[in-house]
Ligand binder design. Structure first.
Ligand SMILES: [Zn+2]
Length: 221
């Protein structure tokens, strides 16, 4: 798959769950970051936040309408869960059986990136978003907003989480960032050629060595 529509769950004025973090606020951070990584993977991405709706019904209709207005292979909705004060975890909801395998993979990838429980793919036939869009769709519940350890893991591993989503959706791997060469433990072995009290003699030898192609420097001391 290489073309996606990703939207944040709920709306600016139709809020979702809140606990240690706020569902709508966080979904609006995950969506653009996942889009950024998908673009790095040469995918086409359209993103959407609903800033206009005032009711839940309007909200679902507005989101579905946006998704259906774009060409894409997959529709993705980003949510955060609430309700368990204990272990929490990641789950990915789907409606039609054809999307179960992808939902399973995405849930596993996020839970591994965050180091939290993988609650897996869950079939839901009652959700407006999953029922409404014309293309295959999944609804991601990143973690639980009211499970402290989940929210801490999410904050700490936000980038890894978004990378994992992008890589799993696209089926491609992001390039590793090039690390600067580590130099702090390198021991340099220097070769000294001569020591002169008269600077002119030092300069003369340095010139000769330079002519022969040696990298030369004069150090006073
Ligand atoms: Zn939600």
């Amino acid at each position: 798959m290489d073309e996606f529509v990703i939207s944040s769950g709920h709306a600016k004025m139709v809020r979702g769950a809140s606990g240690y973090i706020d569902e709508v606020d966080e979904a609006r951070k995950v969506v653009p970051k996942v889009a950024e990584y998908l673009k790095e993977l040469d995918c086409k991405v359209h993103t959407f936040n609903d800033d206009a709706s005032k009711t839940q019904r309007d909200n679902i209709n507005t989101i579905v309408k946006y998704h259906d207005s774009k060409s894409r292979d997959l529709d993705v909705s980003v949510h955060f869960n609430a309700g368990t004060k204990e272990i929490g975890g990641t789950e990915v909801l789907y409606c039609t059986d054809g999307n179960k395998a992808l939902a399973t993979k995405v849930s596993k990838a996020i839970s591994e990136a965050l180091g939290i429980k993988d609650r897996g793919a869950k079939k839901r036939t009652d959700l407006g978003f999953l029922k409404g869009t014309a293309k295959p769709a999944i609804l991601i519940e990143v973690c639980f907003v009211d499970t402290k350890s989940n929210t801490e893991a999410y904050k700490k591993n936000f980038d890894e989480c978004c990378k994992a989503i992008a890589e799993t959706l696209s089926g491609k791997k992001l390039k590793e960032a090039v690390k600067p060469v580590e130099t702090k433990n390198v021991v340099l072995h220097k070769v000294q050629v001569g020591a002169f009290s008269d600077e002119k003699n030092a300069v003369k030898l340095a010139e000769e060595l330079k002519k022969k192609g040696y990298l030369t420097s004069i150090v006073k001391g």
